[in-house]
Design a protein around this ligand. Sequence first.
Ligand code: FES
Length: 449
Amino acid sequence: MYTVTFEDKENSPLKTEKLGATILETALKHEYPLYHLCGGNAKCTTCRVFITEGLDKLSSRNEREQTLADRKGWPSEIRLACQTEVFGNVSLRRIIKDNKDLRTVTSESKSSKTGEECYSVILFLDIKGFTAFTEGSLPYDVVFVLNRFFQEMSEPILNNGGGIDKFIGDGILAFFQMGNKKEAIKNEENLKKAKQETIRSAIRACLRMFDQLKKFNLEMKDRFNFTFDIRIGLHAGNVIYGDIGHSEYKSQTVLGDTVNVASRLEALNKKTNTNFLVSDEIYNLIGPSLSVNKKVITKLRGKSEKMTAYSVLGFKDLDSILMIQKSLDHVLENNPNWIQCYLDKLSSFVKENLNKNMIETEELLNPNEFSALIESIIEKLGNPESLKKEIIKLKSIYESFGITKKELPKLVPILISTMRENLPSEWNVTLESIWNQVITDLTIETIEV
Ligand code: FES
């Protein structure tokens, strides 16, 4: 005889004699009120319960429950009463007790996160002096500029595997969730490596934002005679992800002390006259890779202990992705029409090797779009998922030139020589070997997709 104890004061433990009876079966047998809108078919999730004791006395999640739990990021304690069999004494709580709870749950979308904790890097960005711009500008221009700004600043975040939590006034709250979670929890070494990789992606995104800002400012100076500056705060730690809000207005939100610290570091930049402050958590994990110009010991608002913040200038060690991205920026500055050089070389290649004429196909291709695609591929090197989509587009362009998979490796030296010719002042052995490595890797991926 086992007991299933719901932690409601008015209910005594429910007894079950049937080994392997589900929690829902046991509840219904005792007429205990437990929502089960889909009739126990693992479809509605309204029967979900939180196990407070005896998790090891329950059956493991079956495939249907596991799929739901993965999608919603449930911790192991949240179980579907209709799918969970009981093999010992357990204590639990209902999650949905009344119609108000029910409305909250039934408003969840399929991919809603109902609460997941994960190590993440949190980024807070704010525009310095945006109020001065709003005061002297037309409302239309304010909205236009802010949207352009958010577009430019969000790209490096997304291109490096981050996500945008929300835009707050003239600021951005973004996150970088630790990847390789399953591998990371295997041992300390893996965990440290996974944290370092996540931090590196976040810092690369920030450095790229400063690069984007320079380009953005050239345009803003020209159009509005105004330039902007940004302040960034970066901290890492455990945060909670969940869909928060009214049942009809929910958005995924990231919560926790890590978020508050990142926000306070962003604000601290004002006092320390810096632009990019990272926390000691970040510095302790990848400090030797960073070039810093200031160390600030401070007590953040709402904190009892002092913490050290570091003003970051860049990477001290070599970051091949960032180097490639910056060198392509310089190619574009030197020769905005560089793509024509590449197309000319491709055309000769097609003629010599495939005995075809590329001119006709070339006429169908907009060189600016081709250039934008290559730029986009280079920008997305830090985000394998979105990179893949761009590689598929590139492959189909080459195919339209008549270039098959077999010939793709022969294009590597053609692209490299185009870069070299358009970047004579800073081209060197290191840069050439990085371009070579990256383009060779991309070619292998292009062949495989
Ligand atoms: S009753 Fe619907 S999921 Fe359990």
